[in-house]
Design a protein around this ligand. Sequence first.
Ligand SMILES: Cc1cc2nc3c(=O)[nH]c(=O)nc-3n(C[C@H](O)[C@H](O)[C@H](O)COP(=O)(O)OP(=O)(O)OC[C@H]3O[C@@H](n4cnc5c(N)ncnc54)[C@H](O)[C@@H]3O)c2cc1C
Length: 381
Amino acid sequence: MHYDVIVIGAGSMGMAAGYFLSQSGKKTLLLDAFNPPHDKGSHHGETRIIRYAYGEGVEYVPLALRARDLWQELAQQTGKEIFLQTGVINVGDKNIPFIKNVIKSAEKFDLPLEVMTATEVNEKWEGMQLPDNYLGCFEPTSGVLRVESCIEAYRELAINAGATIRTNSRVIKVDPQTDKVTIYTEDGAIFTADSVIISAGAWAGEILKQLDLKLPLNPIRKTFAWYDVDEKYYNQNDFPAFTFELAESIYYGFPSIDGAGLKVGRHDGGDNINPDEDKLAFGDVVGDVENLNGFLDEFMPREHELKFGKTCMYTMTPDEDFIIDVHPKHNNIAIAAGFSGHGFKFASAVGEVLSDLITKGFTDLDITPFSIKRFSNVGKI
Ligand SMILES: Cc1cc2nc3c(=O)[nH]c(=O)nc-3n(C[C@H](O)[C@H](O)[C@H](O)COP(=O)(O)OP(=O)(O)OC[C@H]3O[C@@H](n4cnc5c(N)ncnc54)[C@H](O)[C@@H]3O)c2cc1C
């Protein structure tokens, strides 16, 4: 039961890493507590926005562009519909850092971006109603990833390339020794590997504590919902995916895809949770429904009726930047965690980076903004 590499957590990042590792000829084992794609972690709910002119920071753009190319390759290799080019509009006051960064990213990397006044936005999309002080930054080449299809596609390709996936197999102990790492699962199996990737999403913090790494990873409960709307205004061919950076809150959403309805979520806020405990269902926390209704009433006021909502988890870092690095004391353990509610679009590129860190010891992409070193209390458990 010895492998070249074991991936702990075969979700968004881990499944992609498993694909790249198996492609490179590594004998790879993927262990997951559930059967991915599944709805227990952070990767369910049909859709994820992918955008390249990045409001969270210009430093993300090369990773986003590499991810775009790899998603395209994945679609070609599998014949699956992975990406829908709906375009994405980022809305907000022109003076906020997010909007400034979107414009700066587009300028620096020569990305197509239409910067539109509120009036222009309201004329182009009759389903929107922006007040005068907002800008709309429309990126026509961006759009939507079909999240479960992405994970299924990497799973199929990884298995075809020789990877082993063991589902419903929760890792309970990780024991690094000088020449190998021993992994113990809840159902009594024991495996060893030369190297390990820890990509356990909301559970990563608990596993990393066993390796003397106390990282500031904070799982939170998130909600999102679908609304019945007039398809004439909000269908996927005529309406973009969107982010709204408001004075006190942040919302995002998707056009009605395959007639499923307009999908909306609130990005900021959310209650701390233990990922092992049942989450309160959508609608059970004050604000779940009211916030989304309030957002739509104000900015997309045409008739809308709530169909249903769901819950999911973000794993936040204090600066909302990712953690992609090798363990400070064990250079055969790579870590991908803390994707802070905006990681999925990068999963293809993060998978490649993790595989490179293990197989080559370096990556061509700049991952210094995602280093563990930026947290001062690391290692003090
Ligand atoms: C509602 C919502 C909307 C979002 N919207 C966007 C968006 O529009 N665009 C975007 O880019 N991102 C978005 N995100 C964020 C993105 O989905 C996450 O950042 C990303 O999925 C995190 O990937 P992950 O691999 O860290 O976690 P996951 O995909 O959850 O994978 C972790 C895996 O580890 C497994 N695991 C955990 N513990 C163990 C263990 N002990 N042993 C074995 N396996 C284990 C889990 O079962 C799981 O499969 C959104 C997230 C949510 C919740």
